[in-house]
Design a protein. Structure first.
Length: 246
């Protein structure tokens, strides 16, 4: 029986999620690649990982907004690999919600993807993670504690996930460690929400005067999953020092 660790990563088909998958795979973990709509990218990533290490990656489709089906997602991963050692709550919606234009659809989307789904997925995964002595890493945001103008619902949802990270660290101790990574300017949205001038201003405000990379986030996630054995309930900012003086 293969006893190498298994990590489930939500939203793993593209962008930061895909880099997290590559990083934990390179560290010796088998990877459950979750996706909702990026099927082609998820399958291509699993094929890439399996080309390096046969049968070490598999794809799992699920709409995380369909809360009653989240236990089935976890069960499918355990059935495929025989265990679960890590959960990375990476999937997220991100868009502005100007006051006066906020509606329940935006609330449901942003709070659902950034707070509700992580809660119910952590709950579903808790028995398997307890059995393995595993770990959870949530992807939050520096704007959870310092809200981004024009994004009040997103900022509040991520603030909720920060609080939930600490709460679940208490609830799942001592068997399961629960931590979070708070990225800064790492990957800009695909839909052009920030124009070049805004991007330049954000980068200029970081102490390191440059953008981060998905590899920066992935390395921190890997550390929290596999090496931070005496850390739980912590939020690590990976933001080039931006949050030090926002």
């Amino acid at each position: 029986m293969d006893v190498s660790p298994v990590v489930l990563i939500t939203g793993a088909g593209r962008r930061v999620g895909a880099q997290i998958a590559r990083s934990v795979h390179a560290a010796g973990a088998r990877v459950a690649v979750h996706y909702r709509s990026s099927a082609d990218a998820a399958v291509a990533l699993a094929d890439e990982l399996n080309g390096v290490w046969p049968s070490s990656a598999a794809v799992f489709a699920a709409d995380l907004a369909d809360t009653p089906r989240l236990p089935a997602l976890v069960a499918a991963v355990v059935a495929r690999f025989g265990r679960l050692d890590g959960l990375v709550n990476n999937a997220s919606s991100f868009f502005p919600t100007p006051v006066g234009q906020i509606d329940e659809a935006a609330w449901d989307d942003l709070v659902g993807s950034n707070l509700k789904a992580p809660l119910f997925l952590m709950q579903a995964a808790a028995p398997a993670l307890t059995a393995s002595g595993g770990a959870i890493v949530n992807i939050v945001d520096i704007h959870a504690e310092r809200p981004l103008a024009g994004y009040p619902v997103y900022s509040a949802a991520k603030a909720g996930l920060v609080g939930l990270t600490r709460a679940m660290a208490i609830e799942l101790a001592p068997a399961v460690r629960v931590n979070a990574v708070a990225p800064g300017a790492v990957l800009w949205p695909d839909d052009g929400q920030f124009d070049p001038g805004e991007r330049e201003g954000i980068v200029r405000h970081t102490l390191l005067k440059r953008e981060g990379t998905p590899a920066d986030i992935a390395a921190t996630v890997r550390f929290l999953l596999f090496d931070a054995n005496y850390m739980t309930g912590q939020i690590l900012a990976v933001d080039g020092g931006r949050s030090a003086h926002l």
